[in-house]
Design a protein around this ligand. Structure first.
Ligand code: PLP
Length: 372
């Protein structure tokens, strides 16, 4: 097996889930496991969460195919698909007992026509998405009452849930998140006043779970926090979280270079004194962005070394000075040693991104090794 590996710490995943569970009690939890559980490996992640006594009540994925994959692997909880149903084979929702997100008249029509055409007997269990300000998906909050009432009066449907999504819940004290919450609250109050069954009300993603306890309602939808990261560095950090993924490798080669010698393509690193360069079998094809060039770091034998030279497709180099380091020594690219840590945020700060993109970008050719 390849020596460059993503170590997935399932006990950290379970600790994160339990900490979220405690924080939001008595709300239910819909674990967001889209994009292969944010790059961690969806089947292993879901199986680990399902091994808990207080396992998630629901799962959510972005794509219909992701939901089908969970069903085909024996996952029995309700699964919500965030994607639009337009352009999908809606029969899969019936065949695999999956929950579609709906918010247009044409969604209603397509589901009813598939139900009739294939003579499906069951009612169609749906979650209705309301747009309270994200302006991506969902029925506008001003039109939502009429749409929801229409669905509730149609015998083909069961409204199992109503949800919206925050645009800025990861910003501490965000006025806009409060405005979204207010719009959503007004809608829910109006529906309740008219005795329209809403099913489960949910909107809190990780940022809101951390910052906005008044947004929990019946269920919360954590994604990045399950995997051990706060959604931004300006959140309140009210839950203890442990990163689930680390990236390790081994020193693949050691070479001496002279003052003035350069390293890698385009000669972007020039040695100012004689030094030693180690190479590691990890590159941009593995998810180590070229943007890390001359800015990354690694822990080798409890010391931190700078990444030097352009990041190549399969290999990166580190300047180790005259340290006593040999082929085969462990290299930590992301994660903790006894004394040091390179966190996802260190990568993010170089790349001007968020931990979501870091873990999702670790490519499939990096073997995931699961430890518990
Ligand atoms: C609709 C929806 N809900 C919940 C989440 C989870 O968000 P987070 O990973 O910030 O917790 C996402 C992720 O983007 C989402 O798209």
């Amino acid at each position: 097996m390849r020596c460059s590996q993503a170590i997935i710490n399932l006990s950290n995943l379970k600790k994160n889930f339990s900490n979220i569970r405690k924080k939001v009690h008595p709300a239910k939890v819909m674990a967001v496991v889209k994009a292969d559980a944010y790059g961690h490996g969806v089947i292993e992640v879901v199986n680990a969460l399902n091994s808990l006594e207080d396992k998630p009540e629901y799962y959510a994925v972005a794509l219909l195919d992701e939901a089908v994959q969970l069903r085909e692997n024996g996952i029995i909880q309700p699964i919500l698909v965030f994607d639009t149903i337009a352009n999908s084979d809606v029969t899969d929702y019936f065949r695999y007992n999956l929950i579609p997100t709906i918010f247009t008249d044409s969604d209603i029509k397509s589901l009813i026509s598939a139900k009739r055409k294939y003579n499906y007997k069951q009612n169609i269990c749906v979650h209705i998405k309301v747009d309270t300000g994200m302006n991506r998906l969902g029925v506008n909050h001003n039109d939502a009452f009429d749409f929801i009432r229409k669905v509730s009066m149609n015998d083909n449907f069961i409204i199992d849930g109503i949800y919206t999504h925050f645009a800025t819940s990861d910003v501490y004290n965000s006025c806009f998140a409060k405005l979204q919450l207010k719009r959503f609250n007004q809608l829910i109050t109006r529906l309740k006043d008219k005795n329209i069954a809403t099913g489960l009300i949910h909107l809190a993603n990780s940022g809101a779970i951390i910052n906005m306890p008044d947004s929990y309602f019946d269920m919360v939808r954590p994604g990045i926090s399950l995997y051990g990261y706060y959604p931004s560095q300006s959140t309140n950090e009210s839950i203890e979280l442990f990163p689930v993924m680390s990236i390790i490798s081994k020193v693949a080669s050691v070479k001496k270079i002279k003052k003035g010698d350069t390293v890698s393509y385009s000669r972007k690193f020039k040695a100012t004194k004689p030094t030693k360069i180690v190479s590691v079998s990890f590159g941009y094809a593995d998810g180590y962005s070229r943007g890390m060039t001359n800015k990354g770091s690694a822990i080798i034998n409890e010391k931190i070394f700078k990444q030097v030279g352009v990041v190549t497709m399969d290999r990166i180099m580190f300047d180790i000075g005259n340290a006593d380091i040999n082929v085969g020594d462990e290299v930590i690219l992301l994660g903790k040693s006894k004394k040091h840590e390179i966190s996802g945020w260190d990568w993010c700060n170089v790349l001007k991104t968020i931990p979501y993109e870091i873990t999702c970008s670790i490519s499939k050719r990096v073997p995931r090794i699961y430890v518990d």
